[in-house]
Design a protein around this ligand. Structure first.
Ligand SMILES: [Zn+2]
Length: 121
């Protein structure tokens, strides 16, 4: 595997970082590039979520925990969903108050991050 300087075309040794002929730094091969690609791919999943959107979901659908599913707090979401469903809706008195408090906490910034620790917008 012979490497060549991109600037002047002179042959380079295996571990040579700078071309001795023209002084141009030699580009490193793929390893650093592949890590950059994976970083870009993971960004969309950690995109900040809207606290206004989450707060509105809590106000309208909070009794079944939709806002917690949206934010990635699946455990709390499942708990609210089950309390409401397993009581044939009577538990919505509890989960409704619970969701209302969470909506207020979302609007006031008391809940500032989602389930992945990403700050809300
Ligand atoms: Zn060169």
């Amino acid at each position: 595997m012979a490497k060549f300087c991109e600037n002047c075309g002179k042959p380079l040794k295996e571990n040579q970082d700078i071309c001795l002929n023209c002084g141009v730094a030699v580009k490193k091969d793929t390893p650093t590039n592949t890590t950059n690609v994976t970083n870009i791919n993971t960004n969309p999943t950690t995109a900040p979520k809207s606290k206004v959107c989450a707060g509105l979901l809590a106000l309208f659908f909070g009794t079944i925990g939709i806002h917690n599913f949206y934010l990635g707090y699946s455990g709390k979401g499942v708990a609210q969903l089950l309390i409401t469903l397993l009581t044939c809706g009577f538990g919505a008195i509890i989960t409704g108050v619970w969701a209302l408090i969470e909506a207020i906490m979302l609007f006031t910034g008391s809940i500032g991050v989602d389930g992945n620790g990403v700050p809300l917008q």
